[in-house]
Design a protein around this ligand. Structure first.
Ligand SMILES: [Zn+2]
Length: 374
């Protein structure tokens, strides 16, 4: 397959406005689904909300070995406040660069997945087969895959490849995330008589002090390092002359493999005191496959030929849908590998390398042949 077709398809995908919020992945999803259907795949759509469409496509399948899953997301982040010098939806090029919102994160990855699948469907009969999962609403909390994992549509997968931007370097995992609001209650009173009220902001402030010095008590993970904790928002009170009866802080914890989120929440509750309510709005486990795992070694071998160096075990800095999909594909070895440039994700004038899209397509094709022995 040529660079030309990879670029043409990426450009077509860029033209669909899937900026999230609001998302509106439906047209893009239907376009990708129609291609896959034409190429002989069985296609299902799933909408967890109006226009928030994910695509599940499969071909082949056997009782002996589960299929290989290739996955990516269809939505892109907003354009941001800085002005673009390129049209974010037109797919302008300059040298090897293809510009557009979502070029790196991750419509180049979606294009590479689609083109790698093209032409394989019949060849996959009586092999373990392939399942492609193109999700809505990954940005801002992996909501699409969260809902998808609660349906029966995903079936099984024996290994998973996530096409998020890595410049085609295979990452063997990423941190998890646990995000929540901690709400503190007080009793309102006039600001001139604070002794008659209970100040919720003081309660929150005392909790914040304990959070700042919080120690996870864990050794550093050999690849991901230590878990982190950040307080990103604080809200409370509505008038300077009133005792505030409510305050809330937003907490973002990035976890490493082996950490139990339930246990961590229990620790947080005891740290904050019994009166606090925790509203968890994102709960994604860390993703990690030991680099010695057999399939990961196959991926490394294939990548070595393309990268010109043997990959070292590395982890991505961002979250992916894999955390949710692995709730269904339990234990499936997982690698994050896609053509986008990781440092271009969410940037103004985002671009990807056109040569890398073609290269990713080749790597994916080799991985499909390797998994299905064709
Ligand atoms: Zn992404």
């Amino acid at each position: 397959m040529s660079t030309e077709s990879a670029v043409a398809l990426t450009r077509t995908l860029l033209r669909f406005d899937t900026v999230n919020p609001p998302g509106r992945e439906r047209d893009c999803a239907r376009y990708a689904g129609a291609l896959l259907q034409d190429w002989g795949f069985k296609v299902d759509y799933f909408e967890y909300e109006d226009k928030r469409t994910s695509v599940i496509a499969r071909a082949g399948g056997s009782d002996k070995k589960a299929p290989l899953c290739l996955t990516g997301h269809l939505d892109v982040v907003p354009l941001g406040s800085r002005a673009w010098t390129k049209d974010p939806f037109a797919g302008e090029t300059d040298g090897d660069r293809l510009y557009g919102r979502g070029s790196s994160d991750m419509k180049a990855g979606i294009a590479a997945i689609l083109l790698a699948l093209k032409g394989f469907s019949k060849a996959l009969t009586n092999t373990p087969g392939i399942i492609a999962v193109l999700t809505a609403a990954e940005e801002g909390g992996c909501i699409g895959s969260y809902h998808l994992a609660q349906t029966q549509l995903l079936g099984k997968a024996g290994a998973m490849l996530v096409g998020e931007p890595t410049a085609n370097y295979p990452y063997v995992g990423h941190k998890g995330s646990l995000k929540f609001y901690a709400a503190f209650k007080g009793v309102s009173a006039h600001g001139s008589m604070p002794q008659l009220g209970v100040n919720a902001i003081y309660k929150a402030a005392r909790a914040l002090g304990r959070l700042e010095s919080f120690d996870f008590g864990l050794p550093a993970h050999p690849v991901m390092g230590k878990p982190t904790l950040n307080v990103g928002t604080i809200e409370g009170g509505n008038a300077v002359n009133s005792v505030p009866d409510a305050a809330s802080v937003g907490v973002d914890i990035r976890t490493v493999p082996g950490m139990d989120h339930g246990e961590l929440l229990t620790r947080m509750k005891s740290l904050f005191g019994s009166e606090v309510t925790l509203d968890v709005f994102s709960d994604m486990p860390a993703v990690w496959t030991t680099p010695e795992q057999e399939w990961v070694q196959r991926v490394f071998e294939i990548c070595k030929r393309h990268l010109g160096e043997a990959p070292a075990p590395r982890a991505a800095s961002y979250n992916t849908d894999a955390g949710n999909l692995l709730k269904v594909y339990k234990g499936a070895p997982t690698v994050v590998l896609g053509p986008g440039e990781p440092q271009m994700a969410h940037q103004t004038d985002e671009y990807c390398s056109m040569e890398r899209i073609r290269q990713a397509q080749e790597i994916y094709e080799e991985l499909i042949r390797d998994w299905c022995r064709i």
